[in-house]
Design a protein around this ligand. Structure first.
Ligand code: NAD
Ligand code: LMR
Length: 329
């Protein structure tokens, strides 16, 4: 392995998502078996001791792709020169909460981290926010990092995308690899819109194949949109391994390119495509190549889809206004 290590920052490194995520990154699942990575792990001071234990376990895996690990509680030190930043660290919701209820608890984390990235990250940095409410936290980080191009800030809706594929595969009795062009529109929240009208199953339209609007509206959409709450109810804590997997997949595709003939769901700063308010971080169908993403253009949206997207965008506007009110952007 002669390539220079890619510096990957991960926050919330002693938390439950990172207990899956760090080992996948270190093993080469993010950037491949020939690309060494250096991990830069951020935690709050009281969690550093636990993080030392996680680092001992990383050492004990003897991953050939892991070129080094640094830990710390100062974002300006940990983010110094990083090429990729995965912002996971934030409090999760508990039963009965919506993700938006976390805005005031978690929003301030992302002002400080946005400012630190702006100051010390590498000039090619890509930032992916997983910590909830992910879309608006990404907006906060982006707004506090004025020197980093806005399109380098994304939020995670790949978990919702994967959940939607799994639900559709089960409904139609097909494998997940037979499903292409799934889209999550809007917010990573219960207003998100998983869209079957542009999705394909073995090249055929998924909504036509399902042929059951009641299932789409009353079963599929709410099951996908409320899956996070269902996992909290069942497990007693929020999704972790599946969230780590989705975080890897989003960043991997952003860096290395999305599969030919397919697209992925990414929450990205809106350029006004499909009437989504410019500047908010909303999920779209995207393709990626050469380290850049493009929003898929030219999809026809019927009244049903337009209304669903508008409802989620309205929620993102409310969240944006709330964090403005809190002085975070
Ligand atoms: P967790 O509580 O197990 O871990 C969070 C960690 O973040 C803790 O170790 C905490 O000390 C750390 N942390 C808090 N403030 C920090 C700061 N300022 N800097 C660095 N680290 C900090 O939570 P988890 O289960 O790992 O979940 C993390 C976040 O991810 C939550 O907000 C959760 O809701 C969210 N999440 C998002 C998705 C998604 O699809 N977008 C999916 C699952 C979970
Ligand atoms: C999820 O979708 O599993 C996470 O966002 C956690 C949550 O609060 O639902």
């Amino acid at each position: 392995m002669s390539a220079a290590p890619v510096k990957v920052a991960v926050t919330g490194a002693a938390g439950q998502i990172c207990y899956s995520l760090l080992f996948r990154i270190a093993s080469g699942a993010l950037l491949g078996p020939d690309q060494p990575v250096e991990l830069r792990l951020l935690e709050i001071t009281p969690a550093l001791k636990a993080l030392e234990g996680v680092v001992m376990e990383l050492d004990d895996c003897a991953f050939p792709t892991l070129a080094g690990v640094q830990i710390g509680d100062d974002p300006e030190k940990v983010f110094d020169g990083v090429n990729l930043a995965m912002l996971v660290g934030a409090r999760p919701r508990t039963a009965g909460m919506e993700r938006g209820d976390l805005l005031s608890a978690n929003g301030a984390i992302f002002t400080a981290q946005g400012k630190a990235l702006n100051k010390v990250a590498a000039s090619d940095v890509k930032v992916l926010v997983t910590g909830n409410p992910a879309n608006t936290n990404a907006l906060i980080a982006m707004t506090n990092a004025p020197d980093i191009p806005k399109e380098r800030f994304n939020a995670l809706t790949r978990l919702d995308h994967n959940r939607a594929i799994a639900q559709l595969a089960a409904k139609l009795g097909v494998t997940v690899s037979e499903i292409k062009k799934m889209t999550i529109w809007g917010n990573h929240s219960s207003t998100q819109y998983p869209d079957l009208f542009h999705c394909e199953v073995n090249g055929e339209n998924a909504a036509a194949k399902v042929n059951d609007q009641a299932w789409i509206e009353n079963d599929f959409i709410p099951t996908v949109a409320k899956r996070g709450a269902a996992i909290i109810a069942a497990r007693g804590s929020s999704s972790a391994a599946s969230a780590a997997n989705a975080t890897i997949e989003h960043m991997r595709d952003w860096v290395l390119g999305s599969p030919e003939g397919d697209w992925v769901s990414m929450a990205v700063p809106s350029d006004g495509s499909y009437g989504v308010t410019e500047g908010i971080i909303s999920s779209f169908p995207c393709t990626t190549a050469g380290g850049e993403y493009s929003i898929v253009q030219g999809l026809d949206l019927d009244d049903f889809s337009q209304a669903r997207i508008a409802a989620s965008v309205a929620e993102l506007e409310e969240e944006r206004d709330a964090v403005k009110e809190l002085g975070l952007i």
